[in-house]
Design a protein around this ligand. Structure first.
Ligand code: HEM
Length: 437
């Protein structure tokens, strides 16, 4: 395997040095730190619980009954019917099954971010960019709706061009190879939405001997290593894109402990046990231990309590930046843009500086503040690229305005802009061609 990454050797030292804004605030404000250190809950924590926490990995110290998610009445679970769309994201599929999203799987722009915050505690500064990206890259570019799975049906008000292929049709734009549970595009004839039970089993088995099974960040980092190595060694066309790979694929791993864990007074930081994991992934287990997947049957468990809300507690790009650092420390290649070059085990990393016109190089992503800048600035850089490839005509201006108006409020003006996004590097990777013009 040929592997080049500027991360090797640097990652661990950066983890110890980098501080998120909340941790910096805590250092400036001794009272804030004292409040955390005095907490009984903090003292009760086991090392396993520490990772699943708010920005800066400072553990949650509170638990409230109002974290319970209602799965009764209008939010009772209903299986998808023949006309309902489901896709590669278990978190979104579950929202549709429980009526937090429209049951047909076609989501109005505004509902995406509000429901993911209400049910999972995903911060708006994360949920809004994710839904705007979905709307513009694979949804209805007029800003109305996006599909959590395949292409949404056209009606009289849909634009003929720009109605989007949905999350399932967004390979390399949104959906990525090396997912936690879904298969690679080229290995399964483009089916990126079906869960591959063997892959899930690999994750599941990581807690086989645990006294108190908990799929926390440490466990998901082990699985990140597995999923990345598996794509390198089995998929000649494996490709890991600047946004779909570095941001989305890694987030798909961190979202599991961060957003699916069940919180309680006993475990204010949450714990993700086997039953909860299987429920969110639509997996059933037979008496002999055989696992089966029921497509579209993702379910929020009864008595499931999400993480607490509020700026410090919700899962934000800042929280993700901290988790990303932990990943990069153990699996540095997962912080690299690159791919196989047409044969298995030929993974080659690319200099991010060349792609971003010098705005962000690979090592810069190890600073959490810079990583957050990268997340937003890359969105602003790649979405217009994708939109222009769609020949949208007069709709292009509307789409670009929506992008700027929705994303710009979150961007720190001191962030380096990606003025010259250069994707010529993709020529080296045959797997990059899919999902592009
Ligand atoms: C608007 C918000 C969201 C969008 C647009 C979104 C989109 C996506 C996309 C495109 C993928 C495919 C990634 C890949 O191929 O690796 C994905 C996977 C995934 N998402 Fe989401 N997602 C959102 C929110 C959530 C939430 C709230 C959760 C958790 C509760 C979640 C959990 C996951 C997981 C675990 C995967 C990996 C599934 C697998 O590989 O089996 N997502 N999501």
């Amino acid at each position: 395997m040929r592997f080049t990454s500027a991360f090797t050797g640097l990652a661990l030292s950066a983890v110890t040095q980098a501080l998120c804004p909340y941790a910096e605030q805590a250092l400036r404000d001794p009272e804030l730190m004292k409040r955390h250190l005095k907490s009984d809950n903090l003292n009760k924590e086991t090392p396993k619980e520490k990772r699943q926490s708010g920005p800066g990995n400072i553990p949650f110290t509170t638990f409230n009954e109002n974290q319970l998610i209602d799965v009764t009445g209008k939010y009772a679970w209903v299986a998808p019917g023949p006309g309902d769309i489901r896709g590669p994201c278990p978190g979104l599929n579950a929202l549709a099954n429980h009526g937090y999203f429209p049951h047909n799987g076609i989501v109005p722009l505004a509902v995406g971010a509000s429901a993911t915050e209400k049910v999972y505690g995903l911060a708006p500064n994360f949920g809004i960019p994710l839904t705007v990206y979905a709307t513009l890259v694979d949804g209805n570019v007029l800003g109305d709706t996006w599909s959590i799975g395949g292409r949404q049906p056209l009606d009289l008000t849909s634009p003929v061009i720009g109605a989007g292929d949905g999350l399932s049709g967004s390979h390399n734009k949104y959906e990525s190879d090396a997912s936690p549970g879904r298969g690679d595009y080229h290995l399964y004839n483009g089916d990126v939405s079906s869960l591959r039970v063997a892959k899930f089993q690999a994750l599941y088995d990581l807690q086989a001997d645990a006294e108190v099974p908990n799929y926390d960040l440490d466990v998901l980092i082990q699985h990140r290593q597995y999923t990345f190595d598996q794509s390198i060694s089995t998929n000649p066309y494996f490709y890991f894109a600047p946004f779909a790979g570095i941001a989305v694929s890694n987030a798909a791993h961190t979202f599991i402990p961060a957003l699916m864990s069940n919180h309680s007074a006993e475990y204010p930081n949450g714990i993700l046990d086997k039953e909860t994991l299987k429920s969110f992934f639509a997996i059933t287990e037979a008496d002999d231990g055989t696992l089966s997947w029921q497509p579209g049957h993702e379910r929020i468990p009864d008595n499931w309590y999400r993480r607490p809300l509020g700026v410090v507690n919700e899962y934000s790009p800042e929280s993700f930046a901290q988790d990303f650092l932990q990943i990069a420390a153990v699996v540095p290649e997962a912080a690299s843009v690159g791919g196989n070059t047409g044969t298995v085990n030929s993974f080659t990393g690319v200099d991010l500086g060349n792609i971003t016109g010098g705005a962000y190089d690979t090592t810069a992503l190890l600073n959490p503040t810079t990583f957050v800048c990268y997340f937003y600035q890359l969105t602003l850089a790649v979405v217009p690229d994708f939109l222009r490839s769609e020949a949208l005509g007069s709709l292009l201006g509307t789409a670009l305005t929506l992008l700027q108006s929705e994303i710009s409020p979150y961007v720190d003006p001191s962030c380096a802009k990606i003025g010259n996004y250069n994707d010529s590097f993709t020529a080296e990777f045959p797997g990059a061609a899919v999902g592009k013009p």
